[in-house]
Ligand binder design. Sequence first.
Ligand code: HEC
Length: 116
Amino acid sequence: MTRFCTALLFLASFATLNLTGCAGEDGGDDVDAILALNGVVASGATVYDAQCKVCHGADGAGGGSFPSLVAMVPGQGDEEIVSIVLEGEAAMPEFRSKLSDQEVADLLAYLRETFK
Ligand code: HEC
């Protein structure tokens, strides 16, 4: 029994360490990979409507506790926008688990085209 528990604990801690290691290593690489893609504005509009409109509004003006993308996006770098979308920030959810690299690239192209 003791041996069984020790083995379980060992496995559990190994899995945790392994997951943490992956998340740490992927961060910057994801952003670079996305910035290297060609974003398609029309596809980005579809992603925006499905994922972002609910909080930031159809016109990006935000409201309440949701910031205006009209005001914020022009002053932000591509890297900054992509990392906020991937990782989230405060009440903004993360989208790494929901969007593909190409969808994030499309979204960035849409934001750049719409809010400038
Ligand atoms: C559940 C609501 C919600 C959704 C959905 C959401 N956001 Fe946000 N977003 C927020 C909030 C709240 C903040 C402010 C975060 C903070 O306080 O730092 C924010 C911040 C941002 C910022 C940074 C603006 C600044 O103030 O620097 C960008 C860019 C952004 N969101 C883009 C997006 C995009 C693109 C999507 C769709 C993929 C999206 N958001 C989806 C709530 C949301």
